[in-house]
Design a protein around this ligand. Structure first.
Ligand code: C2E
Ligand code: MG
Ligand code: MG
Ligand code: MG
Length: 286
């Protein structure tokens, strides 16, 4: 895109070139601004975790919650990860932010257990940069020990695109985590390009079918075909299938009839602050 802009600008003459140049400079300055603000946010403890319940369709109970980061910005309010995770990844800040997420999510899992809410797992999103760092397994071991957690109650979610872009590293890091007993999920499945032979080599427990396919249930036959095929693929590989973004009863009925194992979506609950998700679990799992 930037190249196309350059090309247009150059062919249109010197003034336009300066115009586009200034525009690009603006974007760089804005990025620097976000980077600086993210650094401050870490120091000021402005990140928060919300937790979205994941329901077991067989029992109706909450089997897991997914930790999702938010930024409590002093002026702009609560910001969703889409607003800042990209810059955090580009600048390497995802490393300390990601470490914070792992500690905070595990501290919360320990609090669940102390409150008597056992048998609920904690899913944590792990970015590409964290995956490429073998310290991830060292960190995981330290946090598990610090909070005396059953390792299998932790689920690390990595995206399909990351796994497939760096398959050898992914195999290595997943093996380390699997040896420790941590559960592993492949997130946003169906949006990237998956090699089925790698899928078999990854030490996975779960596939998370991307929301974009669940959305198409009852609307688009091709989308439904992908849902059906993914459920079959997961089960044939011995994996648990999680459907993301379930918003309607019709989608739920369809997924249930096809043997989907776990569901997550606004139909059950949006991501909630810790106290509220604990109430949700108490009601649902009573
Ligand atoms: P994800 O891991 O695929 O998380 C699911 C996203 O779908 C969440 O958005 C969730 O709020 C949203 N969602 C769940 N159910 C529904 C539904 O029924 N309808 C709709 N429209 N949306 C639904 P959120 O919290 O904005 O997070 C977006 C993405 O940001 C996540 O996608 C994940 O890739 C990334 N992310 C979030 N927290 C972290 C984190 O701590 N670390 C890293 N590296 N990435 C994170
Ligand atoms: Mg996720
Ligand atoms: Mg996902
Ligand atoms: Mg997704």
């Amino acid at each position: 895109n930037a190249d196309a802009a350059m090309y247009h600008a150059k062919s249109a003459g010197r003034n336009n070139f300066q115009f586009f140049d200034a525009k690009m400079n603006e974007a760089a300055v804005e990025r620097l601004g976000i980077e600086h603000a993210l650094r401050l946010a870490l120091g000021r403890d402005e990140f928060r975790l919300h937790f979205q319940p994941i329901i077991n369709l067989r029992t109706g109970k909450v089997s897991c919650v997914e930790a999702l980061i938010r930024w409590q910005h002093p002026e702009r309010g609560l910001l969703a990860p889409g607003m800042f995770i990209g810059v955090a990844e580009e600048t390497g800040l995802i490393q300390p932010i990601g470490d914070w997420v792992i500690w905070a999510a595990c501290r919360q899992l320990a609090a669940f257990r102390e409150a008597g809410l056992t048998g609920v797992k904690m899913a944590i999103n792990i970015s590409a940069i964290q995956m490429r760092n073998s310290d991830l397994s060292v960190l995981a071991r330290g946090v598990i020990e610090a909070y005396s957690l059953p390792p299998g109650d932790l689920v690390f979610e990595i995206t399909e695109s990351v796994a497939m872009e760096h398959p050898d590293e992914t195999v290595r890091v997943l093996d380390l985590l699997r040896d420790m007993g941590v559960s592993l999920a492949l997130d946003d499945f169906g949006t990237g390009y998956s090699s089925l032979s790698y899928l078999r080599m990854f030490a996975l427990d779960k596939l998370k079918l991307d929301r974009s396919f669940v959305e198409e249930i009852g609307q688009d036959v091709d989308g439904q075909v992908i849902c059906d095929a993914t459920i079959g693929l997961a089960h044939n590989l011995g994996l648990t299938l999680v459907a993301e973004g379930v918003e309607t009863e019709a989608q739920l009925d369809y997924l249930r009839a096809r043997g989907c194992d776990l569901v997550q979506g606004y139909l059950f609950s949006k991501p909630l602050p810790a106290e509220q998700v604990m109430d949700f679990i108490r009601q649902r799992n009573a």
